[in-house]
Design a protein around this ligand. Structure first.
Ligand code: NAG
Ligand code: NAG
Ligand code: NAG
Ligand code: NAG
Length: 464
């Protein structure tokens, strides 16, 4: 087993070094952070590269459909009969104080509909070395979630200890205490084996922790985001700002990610490694969505039961608060600054649109792909960082009769003015005789300040 492990670590090294060679050859590194990540990974990768290798084994290793062959113990649940859309994965170990695993599972199942659960599987990796504890937890899970287990919506697994690398004599990076290093190193391996297991279960993979509460219909919210991200490149989409909670991956990246975690397991905590992984796969910026879909509920961390009351203030449990923002194109004659593109105002990611000083008559139009009945529109301009760059004078219109070229509508009805850069209007559902196909923001006075449109939220259902 040890031998197998060494082999797989060497394999991971090959893979990573290869990835680096490729990436270094392809990129002109402009970005310092990215360059740093590459240098760092290359340094460590080369350090650990011990064996000689040939092109054929390299080709084998870059084939990331190859999942590490580990004999997992199925503690509860039945193997899946078909691939699902989403796997929700979490690891759990014994905690000195508090245990939130059952509450977390309850939240996942309670906040989801049957339709959502049919496309989803939850995988729990019970990763404690104490088998008695694992057995105890499994029996509690079986009692509480027998129905979900029977329907193949929940799996509980354990990766046997002989697959773990040594957790003694580890590098004490960042001056971390020995037991802290041991804890976070093991956690990296726990995650690696969980993701390796999950790689073949679904199209997307969502990592959460064992002490979270979920927003109602979080899965549907994620599906809408996936729809809006179609055709864009991403490695990680984030639905929480905390730790390893609410991070979404393509399952096809998991074999590579789990090898990456194994290779660098003793270097740093997993949330830092994930940042490096994203950069290495050339996603430069964090893509995080608001509101957050998961909230941290634990009061004590699983490391030594120390207090950990971190909360995500962007968490929103009630889905009615989530805007629908139907699929649309953005058209504007305001000049965008750098890559602060019009679409950034419309996605609920943290990003924003930033345009150069607009003149009276300039406009910003959202053209829906399909007519959409609109109940409520909220538009925010300016931001904390650029508080002067709000829309000083403007109005909002609903448009009907889409133009042939799709660049706007033929008829517009005004629905109100901006006040101090903000617009918020309910009860719009009967404002036009047919369902609107456009929403247009019109600038009504020249301004020397630039214009930040930080968010555009549209509800196609009654909202709070
Ligand atoms: C490539 O992988 C296959 C199966 O994973 C294995 O049978 C074969 O020996 C490997 N080839 C080399 C050159 O490592
Ligand atoms: C990768 O490996 C799998 C299984 O070992 C094999 O079926 C597939 O053809 C390989 N893909 C490439 C591109 O070599
Ligand atoms: C992936 O899952 C499919 C069925 O869902 C199975 O046939 C296949 O063997 C699995 N591949 C691996 C590498 O486990
Ligand atoms: C819109 O029309 C429907 C049906 O006539 C009515 O029930 C609803 O109250 C109207 N809404 C507003 C905001 O006027």
């Amino acid at each position: 087993m040890r031998c197998f492990l060494r082999r797989s670590l060497i394999a991971a090294t090959f893979l990573l070094v290869f990835l680096l060679f490729i990436s270094l050859a392809v990129w002109t590194p402009k970005d310092l952070e990215m360059e740093e990540a590459q240098k760092w990974a290359q340094g460590i990768g080369l350090q650990q590269l011990q064996a000689d290798w040939n092109l054929r084994s390299l080709q084998n290793l870059t084939n990331t459909t190859n999942i590490l062959s580990i004999s997992y113990n199925y503690l509860a649940g039945i193997p899946l009969l078909r691939k699902k859309l989403l796997t929700v994965g979490l690891c759990s170990v014994k905690r000195k104080k508090g245990n939130y695993l059952l509450e977390t599972l309850r939240s996942i199942f309670e906040q989801s509909t049957h339709e959502e659960l049919n496309e989803m599987v939850v995988v729990v990796h019970l990763a404690d070395p104490d088998q008695e504890w694992n057995v105890q937890v499994v029996s509690n899970i079986v009692k509480r979630f027998a129905y979900q287990l029977l329907l193949g919506r929940l799996l509980v697994i354990h990766a046997p200890h002989e697959y773990y690398p040594s957790l003694e004599g580890l590098k004490q990076n960042f001056n971390d205490a020995k037991d802290r290093v041991k804890f976070r190193s093991k956690q990296n391996v726990d995650y690696a084996y969980l993701m390796n297991f999950a790689a073949n279960l679904s199209t997307y993979y969502l990592m959460i922790e064992d002490d979270v509460r979920c927003a109602k219909n979080f899965f549907s919210a994620i599906r809408r985001v996936l729809e809006s991200q179609k055709g864009t490149y991403w490695v990680t989409l984030e639905f929480s700002k905390l730790g390893y909670i609410g991070k979404l991956y393509h399952s096809s990246d998991l074999p590579q990610l789990s090898r990456f975690l194994l290779l660098f397991y003793q270097e740093m905590p997993c949330d830092w490694l994930l940042g490096h992984f994203r950069l290495l796969l050339t996603q430069k910026e964090v893509i995080r969505f608001k509101p957050s879909l998961f909230q941290h509920i634990g009061l004590y961390s699983s490391f030594q039961g120390t207090a950990n009351k971190l909360k995500d203030e962007d968490f929103e449990e009630d889905p009615a608060m989530f805007p629908d923002n139907p699929p649309a194109d953005m058209i504007t004659d305001i000049v965008s600054f750098e890559n602060y593109m019009p679409s950034k105002a419309y996605s609920n990611a943290e990003d924003y649109f930033w345009g150069k000083a607009p003149s009276a008559g300039n406009s910003f139009t959202i053209v829906f792909k399909q007519p959409a009945r609109i109940f409520h529109i909220q538009i925010q301009t300016g931001s904390e960082k650029h508080h002067k760059d709000y829309l000083h004078a403007g109005l909002v219109e609903l448009g009907t009769y889409k133009k042939r070229d799709g660049k706007g509508c033929n008829m517009y009805t005004s629905i109100g003015l901006f006040e101090k850069g903000n617009f918020n209007r309910h009860g719009l559902e009967n404002s036009t005789s047919s369902a609107p196909e456009c929403v247009r923001i019109v600038v009504t006075r020249d301004q020397s300040e630039w214009l930040v449109i930080s968010s555009i939220s549209i509800w196609t259902k009654p909202s709070p």
